[in-house]
Ligand binder design. Sequence first.
Ligand SMILES: [Zn+2]
Length: 252
Amino acid sequence: MVSTTPKRAQPAPPASSTVENYLKQLFRQQRANGNGMVSMGSLAAAMGVAPGTATSMAKSLAESGLARYAPRTGVRLSPAGEQLALHVIRRHRLVELFLVKVLQLDWSVVDDEAERLEHTISDRVLERMDALLDFPTADPHGDPIPSAGGRLHEPRRLSLANCPLGAPQRIARVLDQDPNFLQFVERVELVPGAVVTVVSRLIAAGAVQLQRARREPISLGLPAAGSILVEPRQVAGNTSRSQPRRERKNLS
Ligand SMILES: [Zn+2]
């Protein structure tokens, strides 16, 4: 990266935390459906509201230029809405990392905390956190942090359920962020940065066998294995700065 001052995200129009949560949700659903329109039904279900409530929010987002709304088809973010969503995601992920690295909170509880702080933290505090954390590219779960200019680099990755057998893999990201699952993942040391090798998969039994350094082999169910994303160990290091949690030595 060139060391010029990062281009600022578009000046964020003041948005309520409800609006920000809708923007984040729309962003998530658009990513999942290949950038298409999001139906009112799936938006309402994800937000836990009645379809009518989601529809009036979609209309009001469209009125403020943050989304395009088409009756009976759905809603999708406008470029301005997308920038704002990315800024909220940036705040969320930087705050999570700050809570884990600086305040030493457990990674299984920071999502909840960041959910609240992401709506209140100022840009000044956020950029200070970013610098203090040495401009990280991923949060404690391995989720990529959008840049200050609103770019999100999200490489396609295989998981423990479909990566090559017998080749060391570095854990890059844990998708299932249920607190119980995160606690389990930490207990068995499958956190981002850890290196594992998939030795076999028994698809019929739905099980994946893993080899870990200096620990006995472990077996995971396929859904759990599918929610842990990996990168080949050889190319790791230049794509991800994630380190096993609580490990504080420098990469160099
Ligand atoms: Zn996260």
